[in-house]
Design a protein around this ligand. Structure first.
Ligand code: FEO
Length: 401
């Protein structure tokens, strides 16, 4: 049975929700599922804005068929080619043989890489600023390379002032009936997942996201239709502000993320002691995670959130404990910058972790080391407590500065 939602009288959500998938991109846990959004614009001409993952193709095709109600599909606009949206394109083009695929030069190249499709005479290539009239609706295309793939573009519909934003302004989480952001308690129930989605999927491309935000600032946008998560029809400036903060690598909160790895509880103990001393020293926001137990995408989300980070890890094979090494390398890969970091390590005979962690941090941009790395020899002892207190005081002063 079709399952569609009206965005406006002439724009219909025809996407699908996926609560079966465990790992998005076979990497990222999605306990709340994910939505693949697609939209039909009904006018003198009809346009389908992107498609969905193949796992939801049947539901999607029912939705499209119901919405078109016997009309032909004139255009399939492909803002993003990644298979979580693009995998159903072949099915759309097969079922709607008159549909013309609208994309940019890179879209068509990728399309041919993914599918054995004969697109002869079926493509309309658009560039920055190209327009497509559907009747009373007009789409204007703006390129958004690397947000999150090179071929990404966004489409602005000027009569209803709707931005079809591709992955930008998306989030993990399936839609539970409601379509719009203001039908959910977004800040309390969705923001962490939106941040985890952004930082892990697009986090590396802050410069390019800034480019899209600059273009968006020139458009009169009343509504944002992303490819994942709720449609934004209110409080747009707040969510755009979050994207601005994340893409500038600015912290959202003054506070301390403590991420520790611990084989037998001794490094964990040192992390807990430091957390308590930070609380005593007046730090209001402290988040503590075991890197072995916390899947790394959650750590990444938190690292983009907080201003200060403490990394505490045992030495392992003469280097950094593997789970911590994974986290640090991921932060580096995603271009995290502009954070203040303190280091603690542990080594029973040859502590090396802090030195190695410092080396990686020095390869990142604007990562400021605070205090002297604190080295625990097997377990924290009373003799080191003054040093831990001094570190806590220094971090607290920096957080509250
Ligand atoms: Fe939702 Fe980059 O695909």
């Amino acid at each position: 049975m079709y399952c569609t939602r009206n965005v406006t009288d002439s724009i219909v959500w025809v996407g699908a929700n996926d609560r079966r998938l465990h790992l998005f991109e076979n990497l990222f846990p999605i306990p709340n599922g994910v939505s693949y959004n697609s939209y039909v614009i009904l006018d003198e001409k009809t346009a389908l804005m992107d498609a969905v993952d193949f796992s939801c193709c049947r539901q999607f095709m029912e939705n499209v068929e119901h919405t078109l109600a016997g009309r032909k599909l004139d255009y399939l606009v492909v803002n993003h080619m990644e298979p979580d949206h693009g995998a159903s394109i072949e099915e759309v083009l097969t079922r709607y043989p008159e549909a013309v695929l609208v994309g940019n030069a890179k879209t068509v190249v990728m399309m041919k890489q993914f599918f054995n499709l004969d697109l002869t005479g079926r493509t309309l290539e658009v560039k920055e600023g190209s327009t497509l009239s559907l009747g009373s609706h007009t789409l204007t295309f703006a390129m958004a390379p690397m947000v999150h793939w090179p071929e990404v573009m966004v489409s602005y519909e000027s009569s209803e002032k709707v931005l079809f934003s591709a992955d930008a302004f998306g989030t993990f989480g399936a839609l539970n009936g409601h379509l719009f952001n203001d039908e959910y308690a977004f800040e309390t129930e969705w923001l962490d997942e939106a941040r985890r989605y952004y930082t892990n999927i697009v986090g590396k491309y802050g410069v390019q996201v800034q480019g899209v935000l600059k273009k968006a600032a020139t458009m009169d946008i009343q509504m944002i239709c992303p490819l994942h998560g709720p449609v934004w029809r209110s409080n747009l400036a707040w969510f755009i502000g979050k994207y601005d903060t994340w893409s500038k690598y600015q912290p959202e909160e003054k506070g301390v993320l403590i991420a520790y790895g611990s084989m037998y509880g001794n490094t964990e103990n040192a992390a807990n002691v430091l957390a308590g001393l930070l609380a005593d020293a007046g730090v209001k926001k402290i988040a503590v995670y075991d890197v072995s137990k916390t899947e790394v995408s959650y750590l990444i989300g938190e690292s983009f959130k907080y201003s200060h980070i403490v990394l505490a890890a045992p030495t392992y094979n003469g280097g950094v404990y593997p789970a911590m090494e994974h986290f640090i390398q991921d932060m580096k890969a995603l271009n995290l910058q502009n954070r203040t970091v303190a280091l603690m390590d542990n080594g029973t005979w040859a502590p090396m972790a802090a030195k190695q962690m410092q080396k990686t941090l020095e390869e990142m941009k604007q990562m400021t080391l605070i205090g002297q790395p604190l080295s625990v020899k097997s377990s924290l002892k009373e003799a080191q407590m003054e040093a831990v207190k001094a570190l806590a005081k220094q971090i607290a002063e920096s957080v509250n500065a």
